[in-house]
Design a protein around this ligand. Structure first.
Ligand SMILES: [Zn+2]
Length: 390
């Protein structure tokens, strides 16, 4: 990667042709149209709080440094701001009269009302700008380094920066647009913040997992595609499948691995009424310690009980059952393991100690048996194990 330090550009140069889009809250262009200030992947302008934006202007007036700027030279030779877009937008908005500062005498001053000498101090201030050219991988590494200083970008925001292009622009229009009315529906299943690219990341993860490629590979390969039909189509297939299979909308459905579940189960036919009935029944079952996994459990035909983490019997419950069984067994002169007590075996009259036995559901949990003292039965280790394996 090649970086070149430029000191010849002044505020006036950088702000030449500055435009600010009020609707999108973004500073758009500078350097006479050569520079894109807030590319698609950048966060929207957030310095317009009367503090941070004013601080930038104060610093310029006092001749204080306002830090380094990093521009990226794109394939077509234009420049994009990688780091510094908030400061540049603040300056651009000030010199175009979008906000005012309060001077040392307590007077409100727009740029145009400042004494000429102060206007010039601002416009002729030179900025320290690094222009970077290089391979995507290098730029990505470097971008991660410079971002340690500012508000850190998350992984997807960084990917959007590194692979910026038509594909990201088109994808953001669908998945990063909080005005998209569908986001409300998607939010039942997808966790996170639309503006922080969480929906885009999930959509990419789903399609990439199904194709067994990394998100980076995928974005790199499709970087210059204007169509996002595969990404969008796959995402919609998953959402449609989930909402058709599960008629309820529960809070814990949000953020489940729907992409993986879709891949595994979307070709399996389901009786939707039965699915609804089973999900609602299982969600009401207090023995289940992991109710979020009820959906996957039902999709899998209620085979994998380990998903649910069925609650075990309490120690006090086991003790009570042990005492009850042992007293009754001694009276009848048989083993306190009810399975040893029946039939012909060497342990027919054996009284086991508490720590030689384990608790078991009389009526199996899967057949509706509760994890209660009434449904608790102590078995010797051998019988418990053989019963558990069935
Ligand atoms: Zn036994």
């Amino acid at each position: 990667m090649k970086t070149t330090l430029h000191t010849e550009w002044t505020v006036a140069d950088v702000c030449k042709g500055f435009t600010y889009n009020e609707l999108e809250g973004r500073g758009l262009f500078g350097l006479g149209g050569q520079l894109t200030i807030q590319p698609e992947y950048q966060r929207h302008y957030i310095y317009n709080d009367g503090k941070r934006d004013v601080a930038v202007i104060d610093s310029l007036l006092k001749g204080y440094p306002i830090g380094l700027f990093y521009f990226n030279r794109t394939d077509d030779g234009r420049l994009e701001v990688l780091d510094g877009q908030q400061r540049i937008t603040s300056i651009g908005r000030f010199v175009t009269g979008k906000f005012a500062i309060t001077d040392t005498h307590g007077n409100v001053q727009y740029f145009s009302s400042l004494p000429l000498e102060q206007q010039q101090r601002i416009s002729q201030a030179s900025l320290l700008i690094y222009v970077c050219e290089g391979e995507e991988r290098e730029i990505k590494e470097w971008f991660q380094t410079i971002n340690i200083a500012g508000v850190p970008l998350n992984e997807q925001e960084k990917r959007n920066a590194v692979y910026s292009g038509e594909f990201v622009t088109a994808a953001k229009r669908v998945f990063s647009n909080s005005r998209n009315a569908e986001v409300q529906k998607w939010s039942h299943y997808v966790k996170g913040d639309v503006k922080r690219q969480d929906y885009l990341e999930e959509a990419l993860r789903w399609v990439c997992d199904s194709r067994q490629v990394s998100i980076d590979d995928y974005m790199s390969r499709h970087r210059h595609d204007s169509s996002i039909s595969e990404l969008e189509g796959y995402f919609r297939s998953v959402i449609d499948w989930v909402s058709a299979t599960f008629t309820m909308v529960e809070r814990d459905m949000c953020g489940l691995e729907w992409g993986r579940l879709y891949e595994t189960y979307h070709q399996t036919p389901y009786d939707i009424d039965r699915v609804t009935e089973r999900v609602l029944a299982l969600r009401a079952d207090e023995s289940i310690r992991c109710p979020r996994n009820v959906y996957e459990y039902v999709l899998g035909g209620e085979q994998d009980k380990s998903l649910l983490q069925i609650r075990l019997f309490e120690e006090s419950t086991k003790r009570a059952a042990y005492v009850r069984q042992t007293e009754a067994a001694k009276e009848r002169g048989v083993s306190n393991c009810p399975l040893c007590a029946v039939g012909d075996n060497a342990n027919r009259t054996r009284i086991y100690k508490f720590n030689e036995m384990d608790a078991d559901h009389v009526t199996a949990w899967s057949k509706g048996g509760a994890t209660s003292v009434e449904n608790c039965e102590m078995l010797c280790r051998t019988h418990n194990r053989s019963k558990g394996n069935r």
